[in-house]
Write a protein that binds this ligand. Sequence first.
Ligand code: N2P
Length: 357
Amino acid sequence: MKKLIQLFVTIFLISGVILFALNRLNATQGYSGGNVLNIYNWGDYIDPDLIDQFEEESGIKVVYQTFDSNEAMLTKIEQGGTTYDIAVPSDYAIAKMIEEDLVIPIDKSKIPNLKHIDDRFLDLPFDPGNQYSIPYFWGTVGIVYNQKLLDGKEPTSWEDLWDPAFKNQILLADGAREVMGMSLNSLGYSLNETDEDKLQEAKANLMDLTPNVKAIVGDEIKLLLANEEAGIGVVWSGDANEIMSENEDLNYVIPSEGSNVWFDNVVIPKTAENVEGAHAFINFMLRPDIAAKNTDYVGYSTPNKDALKLLDAEVREDERFYPDKAVTDTLEVYKNLGKKMLAHYNELFLEFKMHKK
Ligand code: N2P
């Protein structure tokens, strides 16, 4: 009898393991059966508790995958073979996706919570009338630095990063527009420059930065900076904000030459198989209590005016992350430069990366 019970228990455990493994396999391949929502988002860009909460409230199972640059996300969606219901590109990437017919219009009647978004984040040039995209977070590109590691030298401009005193101190976010933009801005050019001579000058300028560059990295940049592996990082504002709460020697500055202001919006890719679920998710994320919790977790700036009211004054009034007009006037949005020019930016960035290695 005892043997029989043991046998049953063993069979039960083995089938459990097999079921679990099958489930994982489905998840990693973008499972599309049942009521499932496939989300493709930037890394570290949602409070994981909110995924659980959405699953519980909606009965929809979320399958979640991440990327760490617009270029990586675009390449994957352009290649096809994906069934994402939700993606979160930035401004210029949204314009490109609209142009390439990769996204579907949003049915606003299913997004009543859109009323919580501040008007200044609606109807922006990359998606007039928000036909295809709904605001998620916004922010800047800037410099996070560790006062303790830099012997009292505090960078305030892009140009400062070329100072030989910062040898092997800089970590760069792995994005072509971000790094090329930094170099163009440091030379006094627009980060949307298309003049070939100026682009070559910007690349040569990056080559000159090589001795100061420790590495070009993805989401691990936060951990490396928080652990004081480098004194300086060129990062997106919210990533700086998040690590600043863990290490009080860190500070964030928007460089004096100007920089990039970006807007990340939620879109529904054309390949979506759960359009209904995608609308439910977008509406859920716009609820002020949910958006506030998400903002607290990720550290980025929220376009949701009613969520903002729920945050501590200390957060809302921090001008490094909610800069005033005088600063935002110095900032540029990346333009959609077209397929060819974007490929050229990628190439120049790659040449710099190869040189760096
Ligand atoms: C999140 C990255 C935010 C994206 N780790 C900037 N567009």
